[in-house]
Design a protein around this ligand. Sequence first.
Ligand code: 5GP
Ligand code: ZN
Length: 117
Amino acid sequence: MPNTDRCLFCRIVTGEIVAKKVHEDDEVVAFNDINPQAPTHVLVIPRKHIPTLDDLTTADTSIAGTLMVRSAQIARNLHLSSDGYRVVINTGEAAGQTVFHIHAHILGGRNFGWPPG
Ligand code: 5GP
Ligand code: ZN
C-alpha cells in the first residue's frame, strides 16, 4: 500500500507529485532526479512502500530482484551500458539517504571516483 500521507515517493507513484518518468510498470517507477548529480540521474523505486534496503525481508526477494533487473534495463535504454554507470542505494542517514522509500540511483554520463564520498 502506498504511504501517501507522509512519503514523497509514494506520492510520485500515485501521480500526486509530478516527476519526469522514464519508465513505469506494475512493480516499479523510474524518474529523473530533481537535483541530478550526473548527466543522467534516474531513480528507480518499487511501487510498494519499503523505507530502506535494511527493511527488506525474504518476502521482498522478487521486488528486490525486479528493482535491480529494471535498473539494468533502464540503463541500457538510456545507452549507459557501453561507457558504464553506477547504481547506488543509500541506506540510512549516515549513508546520505534523505527519502525513506527505497530507491536505486542510476548515475551515468561521466566518470566516477572510488571510494565514493
Ligand atoms: P537519497 O538521498 O535518499 O539517496 O536520494 C533521494 C533523491 O531524491 C535525491 O537525489 C533528491 O535529489 C531526489 N529528490 C528529492 N525530492 C525529489 C522530488 O520531489 N522529485 C524528484 N524527481 N527527485 C527528488
Ligand atoms: Zn513510500
